[in-house]
Ligand binder design. Sequence first.
Ligand SMILES: Nc1ncnc2c1ncn2[C@@H]1O[C@H](COP(=O)(O)OP(=O)(O)OP(=O)(O)O)[C@@H](O)[C@H]1O
Ligand SMILES: [Mg+2]
Length: 528
Amino acid sequence: MSPVYRPQIHLAYHYLTDGRNLGARVELHQYFSVVRKRLWLIALLGVVGLGLSVGVLAKSPPLYQAKSSVFVSSQSGDTTAELVQGSTYTQQLVQSYAQLATAPIVLNPVILKLNLDVSARGLASEITADTPLNTVIVEITVLDRSPVRATQIANAVASSLATSAENLSPKLTNGESGIRMKVISPAAVPTSPAKPNRNLILASGLLGGLAVGVLIAIFIELLSTRVRDEEDVAKVSDAPVLGRISRNPRGLSGIVMRVARTSPTAEGYRRVRTNLAFSEVDRQMKSIVVTSPTAAIGKSTTTLNLALAMAEVGGRGLVIDADLRKPSIAQYCQMDGDVGLTSVLIGSAHLEDAVQRWGDLIDILPSGLVPPNPTKLLGSEAMATLLKRVTAEYDFVILDSPPVLPVSDALTLAHLTDGVIVVARCRVTKRRELESTLSSIENVNAGVLGVILNVAPRVKSDSYYPYARDAHQGQVMETDAAPVSSAQILVRRPPRRKTRRPSSRSRADESPVTGGDSASAELQPSSQ
Ligand SMILES: Nc1ncnc2c1ncn2[C@@H]1O[C@H](COP(=O)(O)OP(=O)(O)OP(=O)(O)O)[C@@H](O)[C@H]1O
Ligand SMILES: [Mg+2]
């Protein structure tokens, strides 16, 4: 099969700025997307260019152009042969007469006649004299700030040229000049300036500004090392982008899926839920780890919001704060986190005692007290047993975890769960960081479910549900009246169950981390 031709441009700079993609090519459509992304900058520089050209125009005085023409003829010749000879003679001389038009011998009488305050050399700089090809016509063009003076000079030069040329030419036997010059087209007063060319200067300023804008936009793109959009993720990995989460509504604190459920940000989490269901049609996704390359990217908020989005379409979910370095789930949920995961793992508390209900839909297992050996604890047999139990009891389990690059806890958890979601913060997370995070996860043979772009600039589709500061905003929502998303038809809605806590019998019978029934629906795309 012959390769499909696609216009590509090699860009040496690209090689320098993106080590991994040595040899990569920047395709033409990528330039278009760069231009689209930085349209405001390009437009701004276009306006600056236009402003500069207006400034140049203001500093350039208008010049008026007047033109007169002189016809040169030979006086001699009665026979045809003599006339032809005379005509050839005039054609040979006409170039010299054009030169003569700017000579002092012609211009000094003009200066005297018009009483000009300029030298012959100065006046010559205003005048051009040409002879159109194969003619015996001399065209005199004058550019001057005054339209009237330009006309007077053009006419005066024409008549002075005629006089000087006739004086200079060889005389006939009867004493008359062998050359005759006649003004055939006297100059007329121009009504509009000939220079500067306003349209040309304005267009050049505008186009120049736009061109500089495009160049700067391309260089910003090439020099930027941070993740900003799906294309940046695609540059470093094949992992799908599960969604873009826009910045939380202004002035809002708390978990958006509870306090601003109709906001575009909340809708972003619902889209992630949909895409998750799409991307994992063949696998049972019961336990998911949420991590990021570095700290403070939005792991904990993503964990809670995603859990709420998943619970909206049915099923019972558990959020585990497995970030034993810097736990924050309890704080976000405004609950006491002293008894939690670590308490259960070391056997000082039963799971059912450590789990707390958050709203109607979600159970939370906070971190418990921060241990000195988080990685060891998370990789323990007790952790694996606990995860087996909770994935059997709950429809889905989401674990918050520490960032991948500084510590290996998330990789340990990735091994024990069905997949990992990596959160990248737009304009904060570097491409290299995302790349090494994803490859670390792949290196431990764990599945990357995809990347979430957090605090992503809004795109039009984010406003599908127009964000209104409705009565719910700012309050904790406990109802089921969430906006219906298309995701809901994709996810099998398990039968709604009453919240069930393991019975006291099972508590007595079982160790803190084992036991429990396994009858739970799994989050899967529906067959519809
Ligand atoms: N979409 C968003 N819009 C605005 N602010 C956000 C968004 N996502 C997260 N944040 C804010 O970023 C900060 C860090 O969020 P979060 O605690 O979820 O990050 P983290 O990755 O869990 O941090 P850590 O590594 O410290 O555990 C918080 O103040 C949170 O409110
Ligand atoms: Mg956190």
